[in-house]
Design a binder for this molecule. Structure first.
Ligand code: IPE
Ligand code: IPE
Ligand code: MG
Length: 247
């Protein structure tokens, strides 16, 4: 039986988040510049978005550029920003045809104007699409997000719009960039690194973590199906006992 057919559709993760890592190493291994790896990473993006839309997994969030990635050499940052613009231009049609809504999280105003404008355009054009929400984390860092959230809530407290005893988890949730997304069910990181790198710290509180050695430009549908099958064989207890869940 094919991998895809082994997936239980009633137990699909609702929200998959992916740390797309290993582009640089993929290129270097073959004697190319790192940018070649980034370019080829877009093929994996297309394949994985398509796989999620087909299953369907209604929420897919991709870590494309972190707040820390601004510290890379300027030339690499420029390449990544240009690639963002060209990918947005190229993929808008596919997003529309497949009824996919694009969403973005992160400190978007830090993006170069051209990238910001192109992004805003695609966000606006796809905002009523409903089959799936594809979220790009761009200039995203979880600590930046949480800091911003605390500032916003503090200001509301100061202006008597909310009182401190009313601050609960849902209030915090509603101030995060991810306010419209459900919690992450499955977090995947490619390239063998086993760390979170400041991605969705709050939102992955109870996510299942899955690490694979595959470098991002090589990641394909079958690899995603394998991750989902692995996820479906886990028991998510959320603090309860196995007996409680099975009674
Ligand atoms: C992930 O690949 C893409 C971004 C972080 C933008 P890397 O560029 O981190 O590739 P490696 O980890 O150096 O191989
Ligand atoms: C994390 O990858 C960020 C993205 C995938 C966009 P990095 O390659 O930047 O992470 P570290 O620095 O190795 O942890
Ligand atoms: Mg990396």
């Amino acid at each position: 039986m094919e991998l895809k057919d082994q997936i239980e559709l009633s137990k699909l993760p609702k929200h998959i988040a992916i740390i797309m890592d290993g582009n640089g190493r993929w290129a270097k291994k073959q004697g190319y510049f790192r940018s070649f790896g980034h370019e080829n990473g877009t093929k994996a993006v297309r394949d994985i978005v398509e796989a999620c839309a087909e299953l369907p997994v209604p929420y897919l969030t991709l870590f494309a550029f972190s707040t820390e990635n601004w510290n890379r050499p300027k030339i690499e940052v420029n390449t990544l920003m240009k690639l963002l613009v060209s990918s947005l231009k190229k993929e808008i049609k596919t997003l529309q045809e497949n009824n996919i809504k694009l969403n973005a999280i992160g400190d978007l105003e830090a993006l170069p104007k051209k990238a910001y404008d192109e992004l805003e355009d695609v966000l606006e054009k796809t905002k009523n699409n409903s089959r799936m929400t594809l979220t790009l984390a761009l200039s995203y860092g979880s600590r930046e997000e949480i800091t911003k959230t605390i500032k916003e809530i503090s200001l509301k407290v100061k202006n008597n719009l909310i009182s401190p005893q009313d601050i609960d988890e849902s209030v915090i949730n509603n101030h995060l960039y991810t306010r419209d997304l459900p919690d992450v069910d499955l977090l995947i990181r490619t390239s063998g690194e086993q760390r979170i790198s400041n991605f969705l710290l709050w939102q992955i509180a109870y996510a299942e973590l899955y690490f694979t050695e595959i470098l991002w430009p090589d990641y394909r549908k079958k690899d995603l199906f394998e991750a989902i099958l692995n996820y479906q064989n886990r028991e998510r207890r959320f603090g309860k006992t196995s007996e409680q869940l099975n009674s």
